[in-house]
Design a protein around this ligand. Sequence first.
Ligand SMILES: Nc1nc2c(ncn2[C@@H]2O[C@H](COP(=O)(O)OP(=O)(O)OP(=O)(O)O)[C@@H](O)[C@H]2O)c(=O)[nH]1
Ligand SMILES: [Mg+2]
Length: 310
Amino acid sequence: MTQDRRSTLRSTPDRRSTPPGHPRRPPKVSVVIPTLNEELNLPHVFEALPAGLHEVVLVDGGSVDNTVAVARQLRPDVVVVQQTRTGKGNALASGFAACTGDAIVMIDADGSTDPAEIHRFVEALIEGAEFAKGSRFGKGGHSDDITPLRRAGNMGLNLFVNTLFKTKFTDLCYGYNAFWRRAVPVMDLPSTDLPAPADGRKLWGDGFEIETLINIRVAAGGLRIKEVSSIEHLRIHGMSNLNTFRDGTRVLRTILSEYRRLGAQRRAAAKAAAAAQRGKVVPVLAVPGGNWYGKVDALLAAETQAQHTP
Ligand SMILES: Nc1nc2c(ncn2[C@@H]2O[C@H](COP(=O)(O)OP(=O)(O)OP(=O)(O)O)[C@@H](O)[C@H]2O)c(=O)[nH]1
Ligand SMILES: [Mg+2]
């Protein structure tokens, strides 16, 4: 991300347009829900959605049950998006691309993330955060769903990321987050237009490493992050799609590759700044009536010429 974009985002944290003199209108909130065979869970999740949402975007990964039909029945205005490759990461990227609200909230369809908490995430944004990050392990948070092994793994990954990126995450691998829609480019997610790899593997960012990747990129991009405490419930029906070791390894590899990526970006930015500095035109002389702008050589030449002019 360029420095320019970062400063634009920082100086205008909330760009909801309101006519002068009018109270700020509430943000339009889009909720993105990835689904893979969640027909039994959707009634619980949809029922708990707050009133007044701008849109609910359901991104289906090719469910073989009645997920899409159930969603449409429960909520005729649901926006159904088919993801372009496979994996939760690609589902979220496809969903974000379809959103039209000011703010986006990402939740799961298995009943583990409670839609009743959405308003607290949106409040964090209204209060100035650019990225509201759910945490099961910050003050007031809790998980009924996480196993001791995954908890230990998550804590280790938190520590690793916080050390490498100087961040303060308490729950790196949690999928309940909210952010202003204009923050999506900062995440630089794999394009939804890219073809799926021919060997059947997933592109980086298309799998369950998505949360880690988003968290690191928004932190590295300088966005204001606020953690929001959250209570994670047990999946209501069905089986988790996550494999602790396979997906844990992907998360670890993501952290390492993001660290290298950030290093490369910083080196490239330093090189560009040094090059710009070499050719930069700076004010070199303050004179009454204004600064004289030009390079030192040009100033000396102008002075020499002035001395020789009678
Ligand atoms: N569209 C789509 N959704 C997916 C895919 N994989 C998982 N999901 C959805 O993403 C959400 C989270 O997936 P889960 O399988 O519950 O995994 P998890 O919550 O990270 O892990 P657990 O804590 O074990 O439940 C659920 O709503 C799934 O239906 C996928 O490939 N495509
Ligand atoms: Mg789950």
